[in-house]
Write a protein that binds this ligand. Structure first.
Ligand code: ADP
Ligand code: MG
Length: 690
């Protein structure tokens, strides 16, 4: 096939050097033959038929064949090649804006050519095709008998190269089905070889719409296999973990009991249950890998502190990591306040510490003098060596994304891992990406909380909201005033945050002259952030104007009002987290969502959800529905699309089938199970187990 665009599409490409090609393929994740076999088309074009020129329809892709009546290079603003092509039914203009001399020759008057493209209305009436794909039409080039696949590709990697390479891989690999016939029949699965051949080269009568929508038996088989590979590798990861041993953390003293006794509250029933589950893991002798889920305010921190106390009492160190500096700092303060009176040495480590301070902390950790270290990601990034790390705790783990989680797990070579999250994992994810974790749920809030009342208020009624803030402050309460990033063009996130927050602060100051205001945003130096946070916690600030830096974990029980500006710009999970900052004391709390009109359909839907429900699980479920699972998984951060074909929401039923099949295959046909994973995951196997 010859084309027209130099270096692009099907166009006669400059031959790529071997390194260049390898880099292109790496970008697509293509390395082994199986990678190519599993590189499936995005769509197809029908080059099996030739349509009479008179039957071309504007906007539809089709193939025509005819004789060149005339061809000329003209200058209309720019140099272009215009070709008149005729068949028995009519005439068509071909227009090329980039072309090689060889193409001018191939399109000389009298040549017969076959072109494929989308017709549009021409400049002088009639139809034209711009840059059609073309090939010479003679007996030596019979019409293809199969639809032509269009593959996902990357710049500089032409379709015809990919097609040839994939065809070769399809010939070379052993397409023997890994699934025993009985299992295939039970799950109603098409045979593998047929499914792959049909997807790469469907017959002309195939249902193109169904293929493009990734429906039908062949796609179903591929999706099933993809999910099966994931399920098998998750099971293998879990089995590997179970086969490792970890020191049983059996307390020598009664540190955890003393901690409990010193707290101003009693654990809820749910906290007691989860605490027991965690302690059983720690004592078991195999590495713990437990996720504690509990809605905002359900009291996860104390569970973490109790686990740490247990590890310390057993003679080990513990580390607690949080996603933001504000949250980590707050944990540090609170936990130090709890544990230091009991004789535990607690250290603080963040990226922003001065070099000397950092070195001192690192030394204390390396010598075992620091028994509990609280910090940010610096804990895994800064090469911290522990004398005897027994337990790593990751707070708000969902903020870290799957790939980061894997990195953390490898870097934090702690025998036991405890993760905390306020964002419940939707069922489909719990069955897939998170299937190798044990999950505990704190499904009860501490007593005496009154639910937060959420109000939706148009920005037009802002004065009423200001009055409410004044009122609340007059009664000795505190409030958060939250603003999102304002998009003002080219500024980077940091600058935008700064502008948004400072503008908001000035506006609030003008509107509330008699109120003590504080300003908190991510661009402030760490020390200043902490100072502001502490003054707010101590009641020296009435209203805290803040960006979403306060989204996670911040805990000031006297704050009973939250106003969220431009609420329509926030995501659901974010709104729920923000709202979780209030309703922590015993009085009724209000969350006012200020929105700007007109609202988009999606924004209206989000606000409706947050207005209607305060249950974090329900919010997460609706969030997944609205957004799809990609962001939930942190794909944006990881850059790795972990599932290529199956869709966690749409194919939920397939996940369950794949889960059953994985268990059966591993039990009865372990070799086939391993071969299946090798085909599908190859080098990606590690990520699937994250
Ligand atoms: P989250 O689960 O959102 O991390 P925290 O651990 O920050 O919640 O707890 C929220 C607040 O509830 C804190 O002030 C904490 O001290 C308090 N708390 C935790 N458990 C209880 C309990 N059983 N009874 C009363 N208050 C509790
Ligand atoms: Mg928390």
């Amino acid at each position: 096939m010859t084309g027209a665009r130099p270096g692009g599409g099907d166009g006669a490409p400059r031959p790529a050097g071997r390194d260049v090609r390898a880099a292109q393929l790496a970008r697509l994740g293509l390395r082994t033959d199986w990678d190519f076999v599993l590189h499936l088309p995005l769509r197809y074009v029908d080059e099996t038929r030739v349509v009479p020129i008179a039957e071309l329809r504007v906007g539809e892709e089709a193939q025509v064949e005819g004789e060149v009546v005339a061809a000329q290079v003209v200058h209309r603003g720019r140099r272009q090649l215009l070709v008149r092509l005729a068949d028995a039914s009519g005439e068509l203009v071909l227009r090329f804006l980039n072309f090689y001399p060889s193409q001018v020759k191939a399109l000389a008057a009298g040549r017969r050519v076959r072109v494929f493209g989308s017709a549009r209305g021409g400049a002088i009436g009639g139809l034209e095709m711009v840059h059609p794909r073309m090939r010479a039409a003679d007996e030596a080039t019979p019409l293809p008998t199969r639809l032509t696949p269009i593959y996902p590709t990357t710049e500089g990697l032409p379709q015809h190269w990919l097609r040839a390479r994939i065809e070769r891989a399809l010939r070379d690999v052993d397409l023997t089905d890994c699934l025993p016939a009985a299992l295939r029949v039970r799950h109603g699965l098409a045979p593998l070889a047929a499914a792959l051949r049909e997807l790469h080269q469907p017959p002309p009568e195939a249902d193109l719409d169904a293929l493009s929508a990734r429906c039908g038996p062949h796609w179903r088989r591929v999706k099933f296999d993809e999910l099966l590979a994931q399920q098998i590798s998750l099971r293998l990861a879990r089995a590997r973990r179970a086969s490792h041993s970890a020191p049983p953390l059996l307390p020598a003293g009664d540190l955890a009991e003393r901690l409990l006794a010193s707290l101003p509250f009693r654990l809820t029933e749910a906290q007691r249950r989860v605490r027991a589950e965690v302690e059983a893991d720690l004592a078991s002798g195999t590495p713990m890998q437990r996720l504690v889920q509990g809605d905002v305010g359900s009291g996860k921190t104390v569970i973490a502190a109790l686990a740490a106390a247990r590890a310390i009492d057993a003679g080990f160190q513990a580390a607690l990591m949080a996603p933001t500096e504000i949250l980590a700092e707050q944990h540090f303060r609170r936990i130090a306040q709890w544990l230091e009176p009991l004789g535990v040495r607690v250290a603080w480590l963040a990226g922003k510490l001065k070099a000397a301070e950092k070195r001192a902390v690192q030394a204390a950790v390396a010598q075992g003098a620091a028994q509990l270290v609280v910090g940010t990601q610096a804990l895994v990034q800064e090469n911290v060596r522990f004398a005897r790390l027994g337990l790593a705790i990751i707070d708000e783990q969902h903020r870290f994304g799957v790939a980061q989680r894997l990195a953390l797990r490898e870097a934090a070579v702690a025998p036991h891992l405890l993760m905390l999250s306020a964002t419940p994992i939707p069922r489909t994810l719990a069955m897939s990406y998170y299937a190798d974790l044990d999950v505990s749920v704190i499904d009860e809030l501490p007593p005496g909380r009154s639910p937060v009342v959420t109000k939706l208020v148009s920005t037009a009624r802002r004065d009423e909201v200001l009055a409410r803030v004044r009122n609340e402050v007059a009664r000795g309460r505190q409030a958060y005033w939250v603003c999102p990033l304002v998009d003002d063009g080219d500024a980077g996130d940091g600058e935008r945050e700064l502008t948004a927050a400072t503008q908001m602060f000035e506006a609030a100051r003008a509107a509330l002259p008699d109120v003590r205001l504080g300003l908190l945003h991510g661009q402030l130096p760490a020390a200043e952030k902490n100072a502001v946070m502490q003054r707010f916690a101590a009641g020296a600030i009435d209203v805290l104007v803040a960006t979403t830096v306060i989204e996670v974990g911040v805990d000031v029980p006297n704050a009973s009002l939250m106003v969220i500006e431009h609420a329509q710009r926030f995501g659901l999970a974010q709104l729920h987290q923000l709202r979780g900052r209030i309703g922590r004391g015993s009085r009724e709390s209000y969350c006012v969502l200020l929105f700007d009109e007109p609202l988009s359909e999606a924004a209206r839907e989000r606000l409706r959800v947050i207005y209607e429900t305060t249950d974090g699980f329900e919010v997460a479920r609706r969030d997944l529905q609205l957004r799809g699972p990609g962001e939930f998984l942190g794909r944006r951060q990881s850059g790795a699309p972990l599932l290529r074909f199956a869709d966690l929401e749409r194919d939920a039923a397939l996940i369950e089938a794949a889960r059953d099949a994985a268990a059966e295959l591993l039990r009865d046909h372990p070799a086939a199970a391993h071969e299946h994973v090798r085909r599908w995951l190859g080098s990606r196997a590690a990520l699937a187990g994250a």
